[in-house]
Design a protein around this ligand. Structure first.
Ligand code: ATP
Ligand code: MG
Length: 162
């Protein structure tokens, strides 16, 4: 399906905002103008659900904050989404492993919190199936940023003629 990614993302954030009114501040840096992209709603929803849940879950602070940033690169017909938290962060030598199946940074904590450790491995498969890339930046004790780069559609004027 072709959608305006900004509307799609805003709806997902709205949903999280409703259930985390008290404990998380959501900051949106999302353009007003449309960025069209071809995605599977279900699959992309699953990716964003996991990334946002992680941002909330791996954070102990009492002023949790999740920031969203969307930027289009018109020259390359791509867009980049950044999802940044102020949570626990990940040690530098472990950041690249979080996309591996069943990998969890803190096994004891992970056991307590449930889940399977598959979220990001599945997210990576889904993003790559969309011809995209996903990666992370993190500073231990400060927070983590997940980057997702995706192709976008150019809606040519001709498309509107028919
Ligand atoms: P599941 O998603 O299957 O419920 P999970 O959240 O443990 O389980 P992933 O989403 O794949 O699995 O994440 C893998 C690991 O990466 C997590 O266990 C955690 O250690 C680390 N991680 C992921 N996102 C963050 C984040 N935003 N901040 C700190 N650590 C993170
Ligand atoms: Mg997860």
């Amino acid at each position: 399906d072709i959608v305006d990614f900004n509307i799609f993302l805003n709806r997902i954030i709205d949903r999280f905002e409703m259930t985390h009114k008290e404990d998380v501040k959501f900051v949106r840096n999302i353009p007003k103008s449309a960025i069209f992209t071809e995605i599977s709603f279900d699959k992309m929803g699953q990716v964003l659900d996991n990334v946002i849940s992680n941002a909330i879950k791996y954070s102990s602070s009492n002023n949790k904050r999740v920031e969203f940033h969307v930027k289009q690169n018109i020259l390359y017909n791509r867009m980049t989404v950044r999802i940044k938290d102020n949570g626990l962060g990940i040690p530098a030598n472990k950041v690249d492993r979080i996309f591996e199946r069943f990998y969890r940074v803190d096994k004891a904590r992970a056991r307590k919190m449930g889940g399977t450790g598959l979220g990001l491995a599945i997210s990576k498969e889904i993003i790559e199936a969309h011809d995209g890339r996903i990666w992370a930046n993190s500073v231990e004790g400060e927070g983590t940023t997940i980057f997702i780069n995706l192709p976008c559609e150019t809606i040519e004027e001709d498309d509107w003629d028919a």
